[in-house]
Design a protein around this ligand. Structure first.
Ligand code: C5P
Length: 418
């Protein structure tokens, strides 16, 4: 059965409370569900549980200090914060909650929290009087106002042997809260499965594109100059095929019109029409557009092609310069979007400057419903990489910026927005 945690990046923050031992079980549950987990522990947390246990289970070194003592290696809380799809702090002591509420960045866990781009959940654990204290309750309210989810502590016997509210939620309960978080509110609204059956709930959400035909253009185009030369670009087609793979996994009937790309990229359950030039790509896309519901234009189409293609290999001239006359290629996205009649169309904008401005202009000029902006200045967000960092703008005025992620995850984010 597919878990909604599969492939998710979770930062598990552990602070110094007796309940830290429960985080070992929680970590195991996350790993078993297919998540990748980075543990960040406070210096006090290490008094309760050893990094060796945690790193053995997570398969990653546990991070606690800003630097590794013997090598001087700096641990970037910014990178960890950006990597995470979710941060879960369990247990969260009164002290950690107070530091989070006030931005007291004196340990790795709090700096990571302050750098986290995605959602944060805390599972408080403390004695009943500490939990009930107005200071703690004020801090909890501040965290809620900051958008943090609080996994309410339960009532029961506490480490002090007193009885009352403050006992950290059990690992299974935290796992359930995390699963529910990953099932988006929209997906939940459409779920008709039995209450509490979060896994089945997720599967139905993932098949949301069943019955839809999706056309995707991908890869570069090559514009022939002569029988052995062409004008091309470095596009690998990886983003287009990641979209194809994810759309197929969501139940869509997917056809990719692809320029020259590595054949190993092509997933089994996706139909591919291979083309070479922009004009061939337009012709194939026009045919597939007829009965499609969604068209995603992810190809890096050459803007110009040689006016004439030489029949024979062009010989090297004695002159220092040669001229090549070019003619503008058709804009496939704009051409098809001008006749979209109820179809949803999505384009990409790869920009080196004035990114958002240019992307919004493309949204308008090409009559798209969504435009996915990626910037050439962002590290890891370019041709031929396995990662991408995108901002998605919609015709409805919505704007959503995502951190650097794998292209598969970016594809999932885009398709879920659609
Ligand atoms: O205008 P620009 O090339 O930046 O636009 C990028 C978007 O338009 C991408 O979605 C790309 O696939 C699409 N496009 C196209 N045909 C072209 C040029 C771009 O479909 N000739």
């Amino acid at each position: 059965m597919n878990s909604c945690l599969a492939g998710k990046h979770i930062v598990l923050g552990i602070s110094g409370g007796i309940a830290a031992y429960k985080s070992v079980y929680l970590l195991r549950l996350f790993i078993k569900a297919g998540a990748e987990v980075q543990v960040v522990i406070t210096p006090n947390g290490k008094e309760f549980i050893t990094p060796v246990t945690l790193s053995s289970l997570s398969g990653k070194p546990v991070i606690s200090e800003f630097f590794t003592a013997n090598t001087g290696e700096w641990h970037s809380h910014v990178d960890i914060g950006q990597w995470a799809d979710l941060m879960v702090i369990s247990p969260a002591t009164a002290s950690t909650i107070a530091k989070m509420a006030n931005g007291v960045a004196d340990n790795m866990l709090i700096t990571t929290y302050l750098s986290a781009k995605e959602h944060v959940m805390v599972a408080p654990a403390m004695d009943l009087d500490m939990w009930a204290h107005p200071a703690t309750q004020r801090n909890i309210e501040t965290l809620r106002a900051d958008g943090v989810s609080i996994i309410e502590p339960a009532s029961g016997e506490l480490a002090s042997h007193l009885c009352g509210k403050g006992r950290m939620e059990e690992p299974e309960g935290i796992l359930k809260a995390v699963e529910e978080y990953f099932l988006t509110a929209a997906d939940k609204a459409e779920c008709d499965c039995a209450p509490g059956s979060v896994y089945r709930h997720f599967e139905s959400a993932e098949k949301k594109l069943a019955g839809k035909k999706i056309l995707i253009t991908a890869g570069p185009t090559y514009e022939a100059i002569d029988p052995v030369r062409f004008i091309g670009n470095y596009s690998s087609g990886k983003m287009g095929f990641a979209l194809a793979r994810e759309a197929a996994a969501m139940g869509a009937d997917v056809v990719v019109v692809a320029g020259p790309v590595d054949a190993s990229l092509v997933p089994d359950n996706v139909r591919v029409v291979n083309v070479v030039s922009a004009r061939q790509m337009l012709a194939a896309a026009e045919t597939e557009f007829e009965d499609c519901d969604i068209a995603i234009f992810a190809a890096a189409v050459a803007d110009y092609a040689p006016v004439e293609v030489a029949d024979m290999k062009i010989k090297r001239e004695k002159t220092e310069e040669m001229e090549l006359r070019l003619v503008r290629n058709p804009d496939i996205a704009a051409t098809l979007s001008s006749r979209k009649e109820g179809r949803v169309t999505v384009g990409f904008a790869l920009e080196s400057d004035h990114g958002l401005e240019n992307a919004l202009r493309k949204l308008e000029n090409k009559n798209l419903d969504w435009v996915v902006l990626n910037s050439l200045t962002d590290k890891g967000a370019c041709f031929n990489t396995d990662t991408n960092k995108v901002t998605v703008a919609g015709r409805d005025g919505s704007l959503r910026a995502f951190p650097l992620k794998s292209k598969d995850e970016v594809a999932r984010d885009i398709l879920r927005l659609l």
